[in-house]
Design a protein around this ligand. Structure first.
Ligand code: HEM
Length: 121
């Protein structure tokens, strides 16, 4: 079970950080500013996805960058309007999918903080 969603190439992760990150700062970390990391949040937890070009300015998953994309990830959607934090009204299957994405990201990307004001339980 612990092997589920494990990366093929082992990733050395830093201890998770608890720093507050405002939604405004998160939005600036969308891959468009080379002086900032590229960030994606799930359930309020902020992951640094800078090393994956898929989230960069021209990447296939750039729609998630700079956002808490919980709703879109839960629903397997790439629609920008679904890249919002609200996940609590989703059905159980979607919530499970979201938790699986959380596990996937936590095995690959450093946690660099929490979105200020996020509901994460
Ligand atoms: C035609 C449909 C799609 C194809 C062919 C596709 C293909 C892929 C492939 C090949 C990977 C890499 C897997 C790996 O690293 O092991 C991937 C990762 C991923 N896909 Fe898709 N995908 C599709 C649709 C979607 C949709 C609708 C979503 C919306 C949630 C999505 C979200 C993601 C995410 C978040 C990753 C993880 C990227 C990472 O951080 O490594 N994909 N996809």
């Amino acid at each position: 079970m612990s092997e589920r969603f494990a990366p093929k190439v082992p990733v050395q992760l830093d201890p998770p950080k608890d720093d507050p990150i405002s939604p405004e700062e998160l939005a600036k970390c969308d891959g468009s500013d080379p002086s900032r990391p590229t960030l994606v949040a799930i359930k309020g937890t902020v992951f640094d996805v800078s090393r994956n070009q898929a989230y960069g300015a021209t990447g296939q998953y750039r729609v998630f960058a700079g956002k808490d994309a919980s709703r879109a990830l839960a629903r397997s959607s790439l629609k920008p309007e679904e890249c919002v934090p609200e996940w609590y009204d989703l059905d159980e299957k979607e919530k499970t999918t979201l938790d699986e994405w959380y596990t996937f990201f936590s095995k690959r990307y450093n946690i660099v903080g929490k979105v200020e004001g996020a509901k994460n339980t």
